[in-house]
Design a protein around this ligand. Sequence first.
Ligand SMILES: Cc1ncc(COP(=O)(O)O)c(C=O)c1O
Length: 362
Amino acid sequence: MEPSSLRAAYPVLREIAYLNAGTCGPVAEAAADAARAELHVATDDGRWMPYFERMIDLQARQRAAYAARVGASPDDVALTTSTSEGIVRVLAGLDLGPEDEIITSDEEHPGLMGPLGHLARRLLTHVRIVPFDQLAEAVGPATKLVACSHVSWVNGQVAPAALREVADSGIPVLLDGAQGAGAIPVDVNELGCTFYAAAGQKWLGGPVGTGLLYVDPQWHERLPSIGPTYLNLKDPGAGLDAEQHVDARRHDASALSAEASAFAVAAHEAIDATIGWPAAYERSATLAQRLADELATRGRKVAPRGRTTLVSWVEEDPAAFTQRALAHRVVVRDLPGWPYVRASVGAWNDESDLERLLALIA
Ligand SMILES: Cc1ncc(COP(=O)(O)O)c(C=O)c1O
């Protein structure tokens, strides 16, 4: 299939140069149709046993799709409502106290910094902030966790490969994969990470309220859940004896509708069943690099980046640039506290989107 047919699957791209999947991915028509179809069934037939059976089946398909995107077995993947929820579940499950230290970086998203700050205040755990490229070297005797982005939301740099050795040495590594899963090839075994939390609504094109948490199988037992809820019990009918799943499903969100899962599954298929994920990764990384090169040619200072889908560059007034771009129906974003405008480039984009953005660069 030609990339142009993939592009046609996303109605937003008819009018808008949408370069903002780092916030929320474009919605494929087929994904919206799938959600609508589930709602029609619920509306017309009611929500009783068949609805729940469909819901369970769709959740299994969603889990399998997410697992494929991070190179994991479905049993090692929990369905969450967001990246941040996955992060919170890991931080709450680890037995951290005042003697312990967590290493993180100076370019983390509030979705990680908020939970870390809360932990530091509540449990007096020390959170040490170091430059992104020095995370592995910073590990010391008190370090009980390294928690950082897989792909930095600020500039698209990739976490140091040496974190693998940190995890191999027994210190768990939690990667915030909000800008990783669905954007670039992710293989949790190759990364060697212990936990990988990611978003369904960004590069996976699913609805807000979806996400995933990978848990290394060696940690299933060691990471207690924040508390069982009806739908993540292994045997809900067992009353007080009801046990949680033994695998990552124990960290499943307490609720996930059939329509949300149908949306997520169809969004995944929009790429899987067309150009396929490997080709999508290649195309978006190449387009993003082209944008970075063109910006540099036009004298813009592009932030150091990896082979990812994010391109950030310095503008004198990033918020004003973003507003001006919006007036031209080009969607990019500024990053509060940083001097950058950030473009998110997906396989659904093409040269015309880049040209519309570049036309705004003086
Ligand atoms: C690196 C990073 N982490 C976490 C988040 C928060 O994601 P979620 O809304 O899925 O919790 C974002 C969202 O932009 C992000 O870019």
